[in-house]
Design a protein around this ligand. Structure first.
Ligand SMILES: *Cc1c(COP(=O)(O)O)cnc(C)c1O
Ligand code: SF4
Length: 337
């Protein structure tokens, strides 16, 4: 079966879009009529350059310096301020590595770093300091990761993550999933990707063919923080994935100045429902150097989450969690953690 493409994209059109990112903050600000903000851009963007797709930038509101999408990608001088407690490896990823390209923290699940690349550099991301580029399982053809998986029959779910696993070509993804097929303790495949949101053309007919033909149930966790990210092209990509039987979830990060108010959070859940995606996690920020200005205090996060629970049906309320180093799971936020 050849599934319909979500839009009239040419084959491999997404590759071209992936190459034509906006990487100069001044270009983005000029597109938005916000040239005056250029004075607040640090010289070296703290070693983590701006990257954003044109599809994502097109959803920003011109003239609005506080646009919730712009704030997620624009390097600003706040990032260069030192903040106590904000470190380089906030989530303990260096300690959790079992084999090159594999992170094993939780029972039954292993995360495979399929590639270090992303189409977008989110300013709040832990990736800004983690050398995932060197770690990419892709670098050695996934040999070590696959060996590790074969030797761990207790792993039933493989998570493809990164970076962004959908930054790989469909041909590479087919190679990887072909190599996973003979590992018979795998029951589910999960893909964590922001590309359906920031580059929906990625969900093209070739990719949908691949996904539809996999031997396992496929879960995809997309990543959107604000309803304004979920434009009609994103909805079409999600609908196409659902038609292939993919179960769709969303994770978001609670970010000051982006989504730290009850209306933004409720609208995000409502919009996710409209496009067939279940709200899964609302993460407290990983305390990574350069991101302190995005942090929402725990007591405010809990109050917002309670307000959300009072307003929405239970299935539209994401779990509010924090990643705690060494913990056996993502931990529900409490007053004391
Ligand atoms: C977050 C994460 C998972 C998935 O956790 P779930 O609670 O199942 O979504 C698995 N492995 C690693 C290393 C993770 O960081
Ligand atoms: S890993 Fe996710 S949050 Fe981090 S930069 Fe890539 S897309 Fe953004």
């Amino acid at each position: 079966m050849i599934p319909a493409s979500p839009h009239s994209a040419q084959p491999e059109d997404w590759r071209r879009q992936y190459r034509e990112l906006i990487t100069d903050p001044r270009e983005l600000l000029s597109l938005l009529g916000l040239d005056a903000l250029a004075a607040r851009i640090p010289d070296d963007a703290a070693g983590f350059p701006m990257r954003v797709t044109r599809a994502f930038a097109a959803r920003m509101r011109p003239g609005d310096a506080n646009d919730p999408l712009l704030r997620q990608v624009l390097p600003l001088d706040e990032e260069t301020l030192a903040a106590p407690g904000f470190d380089l490896d906030a989530v303990g990823d260096l300690a959790a590595r079992d084999a090159r390209g594999v992170l094993h923290k939780y029972e039954g699940r292993a995360l495979l770093i399929a590639t270090g690349s992303c189409a977008i550099n989110c300013r709040y991301c832990f990736r800004r300091h983690f050398p995932y580029g060197d770690e990419a399982a892709a670098a050695n053809g996934w040999r070590e990761s696959l060996n590790w998986l074969r030797q761990h029959p207790d792993i039933h779910e493989v998570l493809l993550s990164g970076g962004d696993p959908l930054a790989l070509s469909t041909r590479k993804l087919a190679e990887l999933t072909d190599a996973l097929r003979p590992v018979d303790h795998i029951r589910r495949l999960r893909i964590h990707s922001r590309l359906p949101v920031v580059l929906p053309a990625r969900i093209d007919a070739t990719f949908l063919d691949l996904i539809g033909a996999l031997p396992w149930p496929v879960v995809m966790v997309i990543h959107a923080n604000h309803s304004q990210e979920l434009a009609s092209d994103v909805a079409a990509a999600c609908a196409a994935l659902s038609r292939q039987g993919v179960r769709l979830y969303n994770q978001s990060v609670l970010l000051r100045g982006v989504n730290d108010n009850i209306d933004a959070l409720a609208n995000l859940s409502e919009r996710l429902f409209e496009i067939g995606v279940h709200p899964y996690y609302l993460h407290q920020l990983d305390r990574v150097a350069g991101t302190a200005h995005f942090e929402v205090e725990d007591h405010r996060a809990l109050a917002l989450h309670e307000a959300l629970r009072d307003r929405l049906p239970g299935y539209l309320v994401p779990k509010l969690v924090r990643e705690v180093q060494g913990a056996p799971a993502k931990m529900p936020l409490r007053v004391d953690n």
